[in-house]
Each structure stands twice: as C-alpha cells, then as structure tokens.
Design a protein around this ligand. Sequence first.
Ligand SMILES: NC(=O)C1=CN([C@@H]2O[C@H](COP(=O)(O)OP(=O)(O)OC[C@H]3O[C@@H](n4cnc5c(N)ncnc54)[C@H](O)[C@@H]3O)[C@@H](O)[C@H]2O)[C@H](O)CC1
Ligand SMILES: [K+]
Length: 479
Amino acid sequence: MDGISSRRMAAVDRNAAALGVSTKQLMESSGSAVARAVRRHADPGASVAVVAGRGNNGGDAFVAARFLDDYAVSTFLLGRRESITTDISRSNWDALGEAELPRETVTDSAQVALGDPDVVIDGVLGTGVTGAPREPERTAIEAMNATDATVVSVDVPSGTDADTGEAADVAVEADEIVTFHRPKPGLLGRDDVTVADIGIPSPAETFVGPGDLQAVTRDPQAHKGDFGRVFVVGGGPYTGAPALAAQAALRAGADLAYVAAPDRVADRVQGYSEDLIVESYDGEVLTADHVPALLDRAGERDVVVLGPGLGSADATLDAVHGFLADYEGRAVVDADALQVVPDVDTEATLVCTPHQGELVKMGGPRSDDWRERRETVENFARDLGHTVLVKGAYDVVTDGETTRVNRTGNPGMTVGGTGDVLAGATGARLAVHDPVEAGALAAYANGKAGDAVVDEQGYGLLASDLLDELPRAFKHDDD
Ligand SMILES: NC(=O)C1=CN([C@@H]2O[C@H](COP(=O)(O)OP(=O)(O)OC[C@H]3O[C@@H](n4cnc5c(N)ncnc54)[C@H](O)[C@@H]3O)[C@@H](O)[C@H]2O)[C@H](O)CC1
Ligand SMILES: [K+]
C-alpha cells in the first residue's frame, strides 16, 4: 500500500466531507479502531490512560475513551477545554463529561501524573504537528514512555514526523500504531502499524475536490514573480486564444503573463487586455527562425504555454518541434502544437491538454467511459513520458503514476475558448505545483468557474466569462 502524506490526507479528509462523509464521522471510525486495538492488548476492566493533545489526534483519543467505558479509563487533556483547536474534538471531550467518564485537564507539565496503567493511548500529536514537541506535550510523552504500559499511538507516535519518519529528541515509543486510511510515508516498513479503514470513500481521492484547493496558498511575504511568470507562445491565425490563455494565467494566480505573437496580430492581442505583456516577432505565423529568441525568453520565465491560436501551418509545426527539442523547462502544450509532442525528443516537463479528438491525433486512445479512459490515458501518458490532461465531461489528468479525475464543468463549456482558459490556468499552477496537481487544480477551478457562470445566467457562456469567475473558483475554506 502506498503512503499518503499529511498534506494529501488533509485534502482527502476535506474532499470526503464534500461527499457527505464528515470529519466527525471519520473521527468516530478512527476512535473506534483505536479502541479495538486496545481490546486486543487488554481485557475489559484493565486500566487505560488516554493522553490527548488539543487537535483532532486528541479527538480520536476521546472517541476511543468513550468506546472503552468497560475499562478503567481516565483521560488527560493537555490544555484547557477552550484551547481545543476543533469543534469536533471539543464535542467529543464534552461527550466524555456527559458520559461521566473520568477526565482531567493538564495545563502545567508538572501535573502530568499517569499512575500505573495497563495501556496508554497516545493521542497527543498527529499529522498536524509542527516542529518538535513543546510543553506540556513533551513531559507527557516522557511520562508515557516511563510507564510499563502497552502504548497504542493514534495515527502516528507523537514526536515522530508522519511524512519523514524522523523522531524528535522526545517521541513516543509505541507498541502499536493505529494509523488511518493508508500508512503515512514515515511509517512505511514498520511492523508495529495497523492500518484502519475509516470509511473515506474512494472518490475523495480519485476526484479533484475542494480539499485539493488547500494547495493553493499565497505567502504574505511573497515578492512579485514568486507565483510565476507565464509565457504564452500563441497567436497568428487566431488572436483571441493567446489572450484568453494569458489572462487566465493571471486569474489563476500567476504574477506576470507574457504573450509572444507575430507582429501582424500582436497589437490586437494587446488590445484585449492592458494586463498582458505582449512581445511581437516578425511575420504572420510562428516559424523556425523565431525559435532561438523565444527559447531565450522562455529561459527567463517559469512556464511556457505553447499552442493557443498558433495554427497548423507546416512551418509552425516545425517551429514547435524545434522549440520543444531545445526547451528544458516546464510547458503546457495545447491545440495544434499537441500533435508534435509524440515525435519530439525533449527534456522539457510537459502538461499536454488535448480534448478527445486531439488525443487521438496524438496517437492516443479513444474511450467514452471515464473509467476506461482513466486506464488507457494512464498507459498513454506513461509511454509518452509526460503528463496528459484529457478534457471531457470527466477530465483525466495523469502522468502514468498518479491520476486525478475532475468532474466539475458542464455542457455550456463546449463553446470555443474554454480550452485556452484551461491551458493558461494550468500554466499558472504549473509554476508552483507538480504537473498532475497543476492540471488537476486548473481543471477543477475552470469547471467550477463554468458551473458558477451557468448557475447564474444559464447557458450561453463565453470563455471570457470564465476569467472573472476563476479567482473565486480557486478560493477555499482556509482563505
Ligand atoms: N485526516 C483525516 O482524515 C482524519 C484525521 N484525524 C486525526 O486528526 C489528526 C490531525 O489532526 P490536527 O488537528 O490536524 O492536528 P494534531 O492533532 O496532529 O495536532 C495539532 C495540535 O497540536 C498542537 N501542536 C502542533 N505542533 C505542536 C508541537 N510541536 N508541540 C506541541 N503542540 C503542538 C497544535 O496547536 C494543535 O493543537 C490525525 O493525525 C488523525 O489522528 C481524525 O481522525 C479525522 C480523520
Ligand atoms: K499520536
């Protein structure tokens, strides 16, 4: 079983809530699994000390204490009730009081006195920890290690980093770890780990959801450019496509959006928006002579979006080939440029964004059912060596290893230009995320923006309508 990082676990937890399985339900399953582990180690009547921190790890421990009311269980909260960080955990603390189960709060490390229990439940710190344990958690961990009890850790031994397995100078020495859903990367290879299924529905992982948006953050200390300079190479036969892609990049969080376009159309592209930095090259379409200068510029920027509105003249496709052959950075490839990708040997990291027809033109599979498409596109992406985002009612994003499916969006989005918006948004996210995550986030937000527009005004959506909605579509609970 693959490991799941703390960050991904938090996203999946939030996605599960959006699918109707609340964190409270998950906590109930987690606590119950911990209680079952305790029953394997000691019979009813045995003494159990439950040591709980102020986060949801402690909440799991409160639930376990409630399930163990046929044991001599006493619960210690490291802090005051008011300092419990989540409502769910606090309600489970309150439930212990209502059930008249022994519980006490420990606000001073000097007060940590666990007695001589048969079993200790370690619910002090889980995946939400930052840094080495502080007081009173530190003393509590030492007190747990000092008992002769069997120690059952909730999710991860407190003091051990769930992602790296690194133990702080003070960390719980667990006899058994009951971890939830999937092993945490830092626990892989250990033989003292039980993985409990806590009822997270598999769509919470497969489908991009609101939890995935938690990856979209903006550091208040950031400087201009930190969130990406996106370079759209497009336009020639068409002018709207590169303008939409570049504006979408800004709406999806990029700091600067550049467009390189033939001088015949560059002014028109600029005319659509004063927010873009438009650079022109001579001629009517992209040709091989332009490639060296474009490569220089691309080297100064974070991501290239190659394709929108370039057209499919032979000279242009040759130029795309030449560009990709020598480019080593990150790029989104869209529209007519896609057909070149299978024939080019490149060091670049690409996110290809075909619709079904373009995928077939690339030599990819045709499949109508999304489950089948997930499989076939995975294989195709693996062979291609790049990330592929196939657009459809269910978008599939995969690098052949990691796959996400997006089901936001609606039939109104079959209108021209929505793909250009997606390509630009993907470019912006590719400046800060890995390729699959970038594609997944962009597809999710693009579809969500389309849903918001159609909700408000009905069909008749324009691709440009998506631009205004995109920032809201990327917003999430933590904002
Ligand atoms: N993800 C899921 O599907 C579920 C997870 N569950 C459990 O929840 C924890 C993670 O909970 P969270 O509230 O995010 O964080 P923690 O309880 O791990 O800790 C936060 C808590 O601790 C304080 N704190 C942080 N760092 C330190 C430190 N270095 N020293 C002392 N105190 C620290 C912080 O202020 C908070 O108060 C996960 O592991 C699971 O056990 C649920 O079961 C629901 C499903
Ligand atoms: K723990």
